[in-house]
Design a protein around this ligand. Structure first.
Ligand SMILES: Nc1ncnc2c1ncn2[C@@H]1O[C@H](COP(=O)(O)OP(=O)(O)OP(=O)(O)O)[C@@H](O)[C@H]1O
Ligand SMILES: [Mg+2]
Length: 284
């Protein structure tokens, strides 16, 4: 395959098992192009976080394992290395739930993200870059991270990932629990990072509206057994999913489709999968 055609990240038919017995993903495949933003959508328990952790290597910390398939960065396999090695390859995960070191200051939290760098001058430059994107963090740089707001903690988590100068950022539900204004602000920053610094993003979300606005395309992970989601207000996803349908992923008989971002403005409530949408519908 030529370099031009080769994706930055390629997840090929992976199977993930927790605790040696719990099969959670089976035959999951996806691709992220260089400098692209790709969304991974799905209801609770569909396997979004597991997919991201398989890529970042963090699965191992939860007794999970990629037992089949491969994960490649620019064609080179990365799924046998640990999380530190994956970070050195330029892939950083921002975990679900805005993990910060609560007893450290905002700036100390950011600096923990730069452990792969030793050069003081570039550290200063990277801190300035993060503060440029998140001016609120500059104002709060000496505050203890446990006492800043949830939105600011999400900014710290993204800023800390940026300090590692990633090629690819894995963002796990950045909108979770945040007010709509803050969600919009965070998405705007992600889009700028992508545009200005060519950071590719794989974005796991239940908030389909925001994710589809930002992403070039999306994969929908659906837990085959429950077959929920994909009905109003998720109509955006349904309609586009039927176009160009591609059997891309099968986790516990799950399915995924490649989607295009919607042409029409999507629902202001976030179009969440599996929440507030009435009873699950059967999709065959
Ligand atoms: N450490 C673990 N050990 C065993 N099973 C797990 C573990 N983590 C997740 N699972 C199971 O794997 C399945 C997929 O979970 P995962 O967290 O990947 O879903 P998700 O799509 O991220 O869901 P959510 O939207 O709720 O974050 C679920 O059935 C879950 O119970
Ligand atoms: Mg999750």
């Amino acid at each position: 395959m030529s370099d031009a055609a080769r994706p930055l990240l390629s997840v090929n038919n992976i199977e993930v098992i927790y605790d040696h017995v719990i099969l959670v993903l089976k035959g999951v495949s996806l691709q992220v192009p260089e400098g692209g933003i790709v969304a991974l959508l799905g209801a609770n328990g569909a396997g979004k976080s597991t997919t991201l952790k398989a890529i970042s290597g963090l699965l191992r910390t939860e007794r999970g394992e990629v037992t089949k398939g491969s994960i490649e960065l620019l064609g080179a396999p990365i799924h046998r290395g640990g999380p530190a090695e994956v970070v050195r390859h330029g892939i950083v995960q921002v975990m679900e739930g805005r993990h910060v070191f609560e007893h450290l200051t905002v700036e100390e939290n950011l600096l923990t993200g730069a452990y792969t760098q030793r050069n003081g001058r570039s550290l200063k430059r990277d801190l300035d870059l993060v503060y440029g994107y998140f001016p609120r963090l500059a104002e709060r740089r000496s505050s203890q991270a446990g006492y800043i707001s949830g939105g600011e903690q999400q900014m710290v988590a993204i800023g800390r990932a940026l300090m590692a100068r990633p090629k690819l950022m894995l963002l796990d539900e950045p909108s979770m629990g945040l007010a709509p204004m803050l969600v919009a602000e965070i998405y705007e920053i992600v889009a700028r990072l992508n545009r200005d610094h060519k950071v590719a993003v794989l974005l796991a979300e239940q908030n389909a509206t925001m994710a589809l606005r930002a992403a070039q395309y999306a994969y929908v992970m659906e837990n085959g057994r429950r077959r929920q989601a994909l009905q109003a207000p998720q109509a955006v996803a349904v309609v586009i999913s039927k176009e160009g349908a591609e059997g891309l992923c099968a986790g516990r008989r799950a399915k995924a489709w490649a989607l295009r971002a919607p042409a029409s403005p999507a629902q202001p409530d976030g179009g969440r999968f599996g929440r507030g949408a009435g009873p699950p519908s059967e999709v065959s």
